[in-house]
Design a protein around this ligand. Structure first.
Ligand SMILES: Nc1ncnc2c1ncn2[C@@H]1O[C@H](COP(=O)(O)OP(=O)(O)OP(=O)(O)O)[C@@H](O)[C@H]1O
Ligand SMILES: O=C(O)c1ccc[n+]([C@@H]2O[C@H](COP(=O)([O-])O)[C@@H](O)[C@H]2O)c1
Length: 218
């Protein structure tokens, strides 16, 4: 979307950061689950200029934004290039900038279980835990490793049971919650490995690379 998404005081906004290189049904699936399970008013996708821990850069931002907008169509979900606008790619900095820009709005950081496994390698990851509630969504292969990850162990006492997940956005940080959900095994790296993304003229792709997307969005 162009410009800054609207939000009003007291709203709970889930932030799903990602390379989205390309976006796929797994992203759609967890976004819809997050809206429901974490009681969110909105979800904003933060299409990243580039993951600070990945050596190789993603496809051009415009192409990833267009693909993401084609895949994720939902009245309560906005596809944004907020990090490019802010000039940030480190999540802690992005969150701090958003808190400054949207006073009174409650943000929840969303991520798949694979990211919890290596969360302790992120820049200022403890700042994130201490300042923003975190919602974790199950991902094939990563449910168990996530639960025993370093971040999960260190912040064990801040874990909210899944039965209380809808309260996550109203909790004071540190608070995190892991929810199980029907698994979706899509991944961007698989799509890239199949040549279904990078080998095309990415700037022109505006339709979903995965035909099941229509069903998921219905
Ligand atoms: N199938 C999935 N199930 C659960 N979470 C997912 C799934 N796909 C992506 N995610 C989560 O969505 C966020 C953005 O993911 P990202 O854009 O990196 O896609 P990806 O498929 O993980 O890409 P790659 O394969 O290149 O690592 C991350 O928090 C990731 O954990
Ligand atoms: O801030 C960090 O150090 C950091 C390290 C790794 C990943 N992230 C963010 O995590 C999100 C998921 O990244 P990715 O590449 O797995 O889609 C995306 O918003 C990244 O910017 C952030």
């Amino acid at each position: 979307m162009q410009g800054w998404p609207a939000a009003t005081r007291g709203q709970v906004i889930g932030l799903l950061g990602g390379s989205f290189d390309p976006a796929h049904t797994g992203h759609v699936h967890i976004t819809r689950a997050a809206l429901r399970r974490f009681g969110l008013d909105r979800v904003w996708w933060l299409v990243s200029p580039g993951n600070p821990l990945k050596a190789t850069g993603p496809a051009p931002l415009d192409a990833r934004m267009a693909q993401a907008a084609a895949v994720m169509r939902h009245p309560r979900v906005a596809i944004t290039d907020i990090e490019a606008r802010l000039g940030t790619r480190i999540t802690a900095q992005t969150l701090q900038a958003l808190q400054d820009r949207y006073p009174g709005v409650r943000f929840v950081w969303l991520m798949g279980a694979d990211n919890l496994v290596q969360f302790h390698r992120w820049n200022d990851w403890r700042w994130i835990m201490d300042n923003v509630p975190v919602g974790i969504l199950a991902r094939p292969g990563d449910r168990l490793p996530a639960r025993v990850s370093r971040a999960a162990r260190i912040y064990k006492s801040a874990r909210l049971p899944a039965s209380a997940s809808r309260a996550l956005g109203r909790q004071e940080a540190p608070a995190w919650c892991f929810v199980d959900l029907p698994l979706n095994d899509m991944s961007s790296s698989d799509i890239r490995a199949r040549g279904a993304w990078r080998k095309r003229d990415r700037a022109k792709i505006v339709r979903p690379v995965d035909r099941t997307v229509g069903m998921v969005n219905d």
